[in-house]
Design a protein around this ligand. Sequence first.
Ligand SMILES: [Mg+2]
Length: 382
Amino acid sequence: MRITAVTGQLISTPFGYGAPAGPGGNLHLRDMDTLLVRVETDAGLTGWGEGFGFTLAATTGQALATLLAPACLGEDPRDIPALLRKLHRRFHNFGRNGAMSFALAGLDIALWDIAAQAAGLPLHALLAKEMLGGALPQGAVRRRVPAYASLLRYGDPAAVARNTAEAIARGYRAIKLHEVDLACIAAARAVAPPEVPLMLDINCAWDTVAAASDFCRAASLGNIRWVEEPLWPPEDFAGIAAVRDAAHRAGGPAIAAGECLGDPLTIGAMLAAGAVDVVQPSVTKLGISGMLAVHELAARHGVAMVPHSPYFGPGLLATLHLLAAAPLAGPLAEEPLEVYFADLDRPPYPALVPRDGFVAVPQAPGLGLALDPAALDQPGPA
Ligand SMILES: [Mg+2]
């Protein structure tokens, strides 16, 4: 089998998130952009992937179109490790954590889609075989995966309370906030039932270990599962480890991070530094191959793995399969899927909307869902 074409397609859709967008709102996103990566083969199989993302999607698409796509033509898509190793080496000087590596991640996802289709298996079954070394015992895969609502940033306690209540009403049983303001966090805690854990993603808000540790202490308002990315910069593993130590000593929240790291080696260094309780790799940055490598690292270091997936295309679907494939005792085993709390006018996969807090795992070969024609027809961002 040979690769005959690699193409990127940028799609864009308006969305609602329970607060005003654009000027006057608290959000920099006006539309939700997705970079689709399509890989065609001479065997008639077509795979889909997604490269990170948001307002960078067009730039990732440029790296794909001008550098990566021509290098893939005529290559054998079946030996994914060999092809990805070759391409990562070829382009390593152009960014090991940025548009170039995100384009490679999109390619990697599409190749796994093709591999699963060629095997006649849904992607999660192929991944479970990978993780379990070939065996696939009963109960090794999940047919549905719980979702957690990942609320966008509102910066307003009333809006946070309103959207937390809406997420609960929709059936979510875990909620992540992107708020730093304690009044906003308290507003969510007051609305969510005590048994519903909150996760606090503060996107590297603090510059010092002391300030981040103070935040962790002050934000411990009951059933906080983790504080995510407490410290700037995200590569300050010793600093994050110090925040974690302080939090543990205070009986405070677990620490999570990993979405800003571009390769498994760097994530391994973070784990070796004892920086986190929960590692959060992103499939649109690492590809499925990178996620499998992080899964091994997480198992070795005894930390939980909850992937970063606030996107809506093949990256979200691939993450769902990965979570479904989790071996029963592994770091992913009971973990939820991150679902961005936004209602897209034209979602790429309408079937991926959670019902009663769960997302059903597709059972058809490969990624197992077709992209919605209405989403594919739309033009990319202007
Ligand atoms: Mg995050």
